[in-house]
Ligand binder design. Sequence first.
Ligand code: ADP
Ligand code: MG
Length: 286
Amino acid sequence: MSIKVENLSFSYLQSTGERVEALTNVSFSLEAGAFVGVMGPVGSGKTTLIQLLAGLRVPTSGRIYINGADINGRGYDRNRLRQTVGIVFQEPEHQLFAPTVEKDVAFGLKYSGLDPQEVTARVRWALATMGFDYDKIRHQSPLALSGGEKRRVAIAGVIVTKPQVLILDEPIAGLDPSGRDNFLRFLTQMNQAGTIIILVSHNMEALADYTRHLLVLERGRLVDSGPTREVFIRLKQRTTGFHGETGAQRIATRLAGCGLAHPAAVVTYADLLSALKQELTGGGRG
Ligand SMILES: Nc1ncnc2c1ncn2[C@@H]1O[C@H](COP(=O)(O)OP(=O)(O)O)[C@@H](O)[C@H]1O
Ligand SMILES: [Mg+2]
């Protein structure tokens, strides 16, 4: 599994006839096993980018190759794309519509060609993966569930196709801390099982702790990309523009003012702890 994005640009046509350029000349590639974060201010093009990756919009120019095939090329099988790339939208709980949880989750398999027994097995698996007891939840109305439960059902409806690429648009916004940690651990498990994860988030700690690579968008342009730690260190050194700093980086800067810790190397709270430990046991570099 590989994804290659070449000189991707997209502009929206507004009702006034004016064009708004949302993405400009974005290029990157992702290999099998990638767990990549997408960050940037509101309006920087994150949602537009992932909609293009999922084939929900057609680029104004540029190409997207999945396993070497141009997904907007003639003859590309859109049905195959839907089975390969799963996308969880912002606030996915608003998309639940079926009378029962089971029917809602099974909808994703409507065109899969699986027989009814396989569909049931998959739905059971997807709901169990999202932490539900299948027999208890299957006949319930999605509308009767709590916000967090609705979101988990909506996500079950995406992973039920076992996509090789799972794209999520701010999936942890609005979750409570334990829901957030459970969800991020679940993404890690999916990733370890071979799924490429593309996570759009404003949560710097989540990005620092869970992703291995980052793409940074600003006004539709890819302004930085690379291994997560390196990108956070570079962002901190930026003097203008988007400043995606982790809490640990902020604390390290304050501590540096008191002659403690080494801010350049600290990105996560785990880094901060080990820097402090070293400092307190006298092993610090002064
Ligand atoms: N449906 C739309 N019609 C017109 N402009 C849009 C539409 N969706 C997004 N935009 C514009 O495109 C730019 C990128 O938006 P978006 O991809 O939603 O950014 P992000 O997800 O980073 O907040 C913004 O300037 C936004 O106003
Ligand atoms: Mg968005």
